[in-house]
Ligand binder design. Structure first.
Ligand code: IPE
Ligand code: IPE
Ligand code: MG
Length: 246
């Protein structure tokens, strides 16, 4: 069962390693508070963990990793925390640019980048361009991303095509909408992991997670390590995916 809509590639029971893992990297704030540190220290530890864990995930044969780094709703946080997150993105994107000379990872982005300052947008474009032909793990960072916002922008794009005579309303189906999503043509996640204890999707990949297996753990993101990842993978290996069938 692989088509443009589900594009899930590991439907059988016990097929082991998921092709696409998505992670809601939650719990940075609480990780820092527990240590009497500012939230920014938690975000830094979280970014460091992403670097480390994605390198490991690549060795497992996973093809896609999509991580939630900043939501459309997170702008409501204190100015200082937002400034810290922007600074961290500048720093880490630069590191990823430097790393690209020696590693195989492909870096991609979903979300509305137009809200970011031009310099950061430039780094995003550079990363996308210079890693486009890399054949290693395809990492997608969701920044200023909201599932609802993505769907609204997709609906707007379909409306524009209709107004321009490229499309008629009866041709708007699930596939047409899927093609307008930021995430297209990346397959939909097989496994969604959320760290930090909350059991909700918080506006992440609303359309794409229709049939993803969901793993929730209390572990805070900066503490989510190889061992924790293997617990999620073991659990995933035991799931029977039916996609609504028998
Ligand atoms: C997730 O960690 C990262 C972002 C939302 C940017 P949080 O900052 O939400 O961590 P908690 O939930 O406060 O612990
Ligand atoms: C989701 O976490 C967003 C990211 C991890 C980037 P939040 O901490 O923003 O979500 P809520 O507020 O717990 O729903
Ligand atoms: Mg949180």
């Amino acid at each position: 069962m692989t088509n443009v809509l589900t594009r899930n590639s590991t439907p059988e029971k016990g097929s082991g390693i998921p092709s696409h893992i998505a992670i809601v990297m939650d719990g940075n704030g609480r990780w820092a508070s527990k240590r009497f540190m500012p939230h920014s220290a938690g975000h830094r530890a979280g970014a460091q963990n992403l670097r480390k864990l994605s390198e490991y995930i690549e060795t497992l044969g996973v093809k896609y990793l999509t991580v939630y780094a900043l939501s459309t709703e997170n702008w409501a946080r204190p100015e200082k925390e937002i400034a810290g997150l922007i600074k961290l993105m500048h720093e880490y994107f630069q590191q990823y640019i430097d790393d690209s000379k020696k590693n195989d990872m492909r870096l991609d982005f979903i979300g509305d980048a137009s809200r970011f300052e031009p310099e950061l947008q430039q780094k995003i474009e550079t990363l996308k361009t210079i890693t486009r032909n890399k054949t290693g793990l395809h990492v997608t960072l969701a920044i200023n991303y909201g599932g609802r916002d993505e769907l609204v922008r997709a609906a707007r794009a379909l409306a524009a095509d209709t107004a321009n005579g490229l499309l008629t309303p009866d041709k708007i189906d699930e596939e047409a909408l899927t093609r307008k999503l930021d995430s297209f043509p990346t397959p939909h996640p097989d496994l969604l992991i959320r760290t930090g204890g909350e059991k909700r999707v918080s506006n992440f990949l609303l359309w794409q997670c229709a049939y993803s297996e969901m793993f929730f753990t209390d572990t805070l993101w900066p503490d989510f390590d190889k061992k924790e990842l293997h617990a999620a993978l073991d659990w995933f290996g035991g799931r029977q995916r039916r996609f609504g069938g028998r």
